[in-house]
Write a protein that binds this ligand. Structure first.
Ligand code: SAH
Length: 345
């Protein structure tokens, strides 16, 4: 098994079958060997710096009905909210003071936020914070819309492909959403010039090792600047409420494989990973991740942005989140830095 890890590290590619063998035969010992390699590669390019991204969850209205997601349209129990431009700018202001130089605007696909509104929000942030990166994560849009946001000053876009395999994608989404359309969005974003982030859930319902292997091959092909992965965590008001959560152990293994596949990629230790295990984010960093994304959303709306159950950091103010993370990172020998943290990939 170690030969396969060495091959991925030294040649930067594996076959689908090799990924499957690795994933299915992983042991705690093999994982430790993999993590040590992933740390070494990450440190080669990024040292022990950890980049922070201020996450602003600005709307939980969504026209989509993804079967796993707590803010899906058909969840009548979700308490809906949206922030206005003034609220969003206030979040950025508070974040800037705390040392954030990247703002991530994430939300459901909310028809209220027309292209005009998004463009106006992006250009205001761009004007007020010229030294910051602006990241959007607002789902599938047309090429023309993505281009408008980019021209208004957005630098980066996060859109997880969720799963590469079309049949598996269809089991997680309603029929109007397809894996092909989602992937086309990623190619459009790249073509426009965004720094692109994609990714997938680990342990989502019906997922197999073969699906994960296909996700790795897709990452190799797309060669994105960022990859966000996290364990699937059931939400009580969705179709998948009774499915088991994905394991943090497998998520860490996949994180480290991604570090070896794309040595210079930006790799967050996600909130879902921190939810699945008490020190999940620290373990993520120790498996090769180099980004954390604390929440800058106002505390009074935060509990309503529940994609899954038991999400962490629901009541802490942004400042507390930031200092808590700083301590956690210091404790394992890493430091949170104030920088845009652009991808070297
Ligand atoms: N509407 C945006 C933002 C989606 S939320 C978009 O379409 O991209 C960000 C990510 O949360 C999703 O891409 C999905 O991978 C993840 N997510 C949603 N529900 C989840 C769940 N139950 N468990 C774990 N991750 C989940």
């Amino acid at each position: 098994m170690k030969e396969l890890i060495n091959k991925l590290r030294d040649i930067g590619t594996l076959t689908k079958e090799e990924y499957i063998v690795l994933i299915e035969n992983r042991t705690p010992e093999l994982s430790q060997y993999l993590f040590a390699n992933a740390r070494r590669i990450r440190e080669l390019h990024y040292g022990t710096d950890v980049y922070i991204r201020g996450l602003i969850e600005f709307t939980n209205y969504c026209k989509n009905d993804c079967l796993y997601c707590g803010i899906r349209r058909s969840n009548m129990n979700a308490v809906r909210y949206r922030l206005d431009k003034k609220d969003i700018l206030a979040c950025c202001e508070a974040g800037y003071t705390l040392g954030f130089r990247t703002f991530v605007l994430q939300g459901g696909e909310d028809g209220y936020f027309t292209d005009d509104r998004i463009t106006s929000i992006v250009s205001d942030i761009r004007r007020h914070f010229p030294d910051c990166a602006i990241t959007l994560s607002i789902g599938e849009k047309s090429y023309a819309s993505y281009k408008r946001f980019f021209d208004a000053g957005a630098d980066r876009y996060l859109l997880r492909h969720e799963t590469y395999n079309c049949e598996h994608y269809a089991k997680l989404h309603p029929t109007n959403l397809t894996a092909e359309a989602r992937r086309q969005c990623l190619y459009d974003l790249k073509d426009i010039g965004y720094q692109v982030g994609t990714g997938f859930m680990v342990g989502s319902p019906y997922q197999t090792a073969e699906h994960l292997a296909e996700d790795m091959l897709f990452l190799e092909k797309l060669n994105p600047q960022m990859v966000g992965i996290g364990p699937f965590i059931p939400h009580h008001d969705t179709c998948f409420s009774r499915f088991p959560a994905g394991s943090s152990e497998l998520t860490l293994f996949m994180l480290a494989l991604i570090r070896l596949l794309l040595p210079k990629v930006l790799l967050p230790a996600t909130t879902a990973l921190g939810t699945a295990a008490p020190n999940g984010r620290e373990l993520g960093i120790l498996a090769g991740a180099n980004v954390v994304m604390p929440n800058l959303s106002p505390v009074n709306v935060r509990k309503n942005y529940t994609l899954y159950d038991n999400k962490i950091c629901m009541d802490a103010e942004a400042a507390e989140c930031r200092s808590d993370l700083e301590k956690r990172m210091q404790a394992i020998g890493y430091q949170v830095v104030t920088a845009r943290g652009d991808s070297l990939n």
